[in-house]
Design a protein around this ligand. Structure first.
Ligand code: HPA
Ligand code: ZN
Length: 318
């Protein structure tokens, strides 16, 4: 079997980042929004970036086409169909509700559309709404309070958007409320931020996983903390290349993470923007980085072990 298609869990994918140009064209037609071009290939070719912020600007702009429950349903359905072909048996999917409610889209439409598509898929799916760093910590706490009436639609919280200038500790009150509500906790840290930011997140947020975490490797003590606690990293190789977190795949720290004894998983992040789904990330690790089939198998198994799902459910996915 192609090791890239091994059964796996995807633990770091933003549903808004699965918005392919073909669906952009369809949504623009549906909502009578003018696009610079209706050619999906031209839209795809415009998706290139110099850093995280240059990506986020395009990502939030395109996500403004998501307006109705049907739109969110169609987005999730398209992702899950593609993920299933990548061997994904379990997906823990991020969303950015503040970006939608801030434009007047009701939470019912967001959660309702995503959950309806998830329920119709053979993939096991749970949702993880993220706090938007660029809106600040008070907005995060307020957002979580508005999400709690939709508690049956999600299993945890995350933290994403602009990392530089928005260190993690300020989000401690929102994470404390999440913990008190029995929600799982993860956060994007150390993508463009530093190993000190990773240590700060471990100290203040009570996170069970670390999203990206590349720069944790800059400090042996932070690496030791992650290793000793068994904190999984959700690593996104093609994303890191597209956003210039690494110079190229051959310079990716994933092999060093494995050598350091960290729990590592492989994920697509924003596959419609970064040139590949999770199977493409596995294939790149094999063909460009030189990982063996045994290492790819280890990564696939780690993805189930790092899942927030109950152990009894995990056993059925392998
Ligand atoms: N980093 C931060 N925020 C994001 C990302 C990311 O890689 N993708 C979508 N929102
Ligand atoms: Zn991400």
């Amino acid at each position: 079997m192609d090791a890239a298609l091994l059964p796996k869990a995807e633990l770091h994918v933003h549903v808004e980042g699965t918005l392919e140009p073909e669906l952009v064209v369809e949504l623009a037609r549906r909502h009578r929004v003018a696009l610079p071009t209706a050619d999906p290939e031209l839209l795809r070719a415009a998706r290139h970036f110099t850093d995280l912020q240059s990506f986020l600007d395009q990502y939030y702009d395109a996500a403004e086409l998501l307006r109705t429950e049907q739109d969110f349903h169609d987005l999730m359905a398209a992702y899950l169909a593609r993920a299933e072909r990548a061997g994904v048996r379990r997906a823990e999917v991020f969303l950015d509700p503040q970006h939608h409610t801030g434009r007047g889209v009701p939470l019912e439409a967001v959660f309702g559309g995503l959950s309806a598509a998830a329920a119709a898929s053979p993939v096991s799916v749970d949702l993880i709404p993220c706090f938007l760093r660029h809106l600040g910590p008070d907005a995060a706490l307020e957002a979580l309070r508005t999400w709690l009436p939709y508690r049956e639609h999600f299993i945890g919280v995350g933290l994403d958007s602009t990392e530089i200038g928005n260190p993690p500790a300020a989000y401690a009150p929102a994470y404390a409320l999440a913990a008190a509500e029995g929600l799982h906790r993860t956060a994007h840290v150390g993508e463009e931020g530093t190993s000190a930011d990773v240590a700060e997140a471990l100290d203040t947020l009570g996170i069970e996983r670390l999203d990206h975490g590349n720069h944790a490797l800059d400090d042996v003590e932070v690496v030791a903390r992650l290793r000793d606690a068994g904190t999984p990293l959700t690593v996104c190789p093609l994303s890191n290349v597209a956003l210039r977190v690494v110079d190229d795949l051959t310079a990716h720290p994933l092999p060093a993470m494995l050598d350091a004894g960290l729990v590592v998983t492989v994920n697509s992040d924003d596959p419609a923007y970064f040139g590949g789904y999770v199977d493409d990330n596995f294939r790149a690790l094999r063909d460009v980085v030189g990982l063996t089939d045994a290492q790819l198998t280890q990564l696939a198994i780690a993805s189930f072990d790092a899942s927030f799902a109950e152990p009894a459910a995990r056993a059925t996915w392998r």
